[in-house]
Structures are given as C-alpha cells and as structure tokens.
Write a protein that binds this ligand. Sequence first.
Ligand code: 5GP
Length: 202
Amino acid sequence: MNRGTLYIISAPSGTGKGTIVSEILKADPNIKFSVSATTRAPREGETDGVNYYFISRERFKDLISSGGMLEYAEFCGNFYGTPKQAVFDRLDAGNDVILEIETVGAMKVKAAYPESVSIFILPPSVSELRRRLKKRATDSDEVIENRVAEAAREIEKSADYDFVVVNDDLDRAIQDVKTVMKAAKNLTKLNKDTIEGVLNKC
Ligand code: 5GP
C-alpha cells in the first residue's frame, strides 16, 4: 500500500481556511484531519476531540517531554501541537492527512518530514482581512489588531511554502487547493519509488 501524503495548510485567521479545509474533507473521505492539542479555551460551537483536544498546560508539557508531539508552537499566548502517533498511523494506513497549523510549526514539520506538501492560503489583502475579522465580530478591536499584525508576520513566511492560493473567491480557492493537492501527488520527491520501480523493470 502507498503511504499517504502529509499536507500542511496555513493561513492567517479570517482567511477562510476552516471552510476550505472542511470542504476538502467532505469531498474525499481518504483525507483525514489531524486534530491538534491546544491549551486555549474552547470557543462556542467547538467540541473536544473534533476541533481540538483541549488540554491543560501541564498535560501539554507532558506530551512534549514524552515525545508525543510532531511539532508545537506558542500562538497568541496559547500552545498548539500536533499529536505524532495519529498522523503517522494514518499515513501508514494509506490516508492523506491535513495539518492545519501556523507557520512556526509548519516549518518544523517541513524540516522533520521533507515529503510533506505545504500550502499557504493568502487573503486578497491585509485590509480585506481586517474587514473580515471585524465582520465576524467575535473579538474586540484590540484582539483584531493583534490578529492583523500576526497575520502580516505570517504572510511574510508564505514564500517558504510549496504553494500559495489566494482566497478572493471561496469556490475558486477551494478548487485551487484541491488542484494543488492533486498535483502534489506527482511531485518528484513523492515518487522516488515509482522512478526506481520503472528503472528496475528494464
Ligand atoms: P485558533 O486558536 O484560531 O483555532 O488557531 C490559532 C492558530 O493556531 C491557527 O493559525 C491554527 O492554524 C494554529 N494551529 C492549530 N493547531 C495547531 C498545531 O497543532 N500546531 C501549530 N503549530 N499550530 C496550530
């Protein structure tokens, strides 16, 4: 059985990444979402074990020291991390896995697992991002300005990703991410065995 592909998807908050990822998961049951652990409190509508594993700082530190995290990072005062075992079990079972993580963690995964495929979703502009965050009205003005500043820092890192997709039109952005994910299956770095196999058939 072929090993699954590990996709890393990053985007500043307010870029629509949640919607894009859920549409991708709906369209292909072979693609699994990696549920992260976090020390932040659940938001309204979020379920433990579905959106995140909501855990204490102590438990988070235990997971790091026992080697249970593929990566982790601090973001806006909270810790976020990817439980390692679940990701590799799924890849070994032939499933593709999506990590929806921020840029520091993304670069750690890229270094530790070079076969991963990284995609950054860009907002059309920073001012449009601010407008979307205000429209969502879940955060105070101060929190929104912090998120916008964090977004600008993250967007600077997008050049280190394999692919970028601009979300100026949601349907097109979903289609573009699907296209990129499919095309990534043909990347040379993911087809070394295929090339070997062809050579060995002469
Ligand atoms: P939020 O609190 O809005 O759900 O997420 C804040 C940021 O943390 C987002 O950029 C999200 O992609 C990122 N994030 C979620 N899970 C993980 C994780 O396991 N590791 C890292 N490094 N970032 C994560």
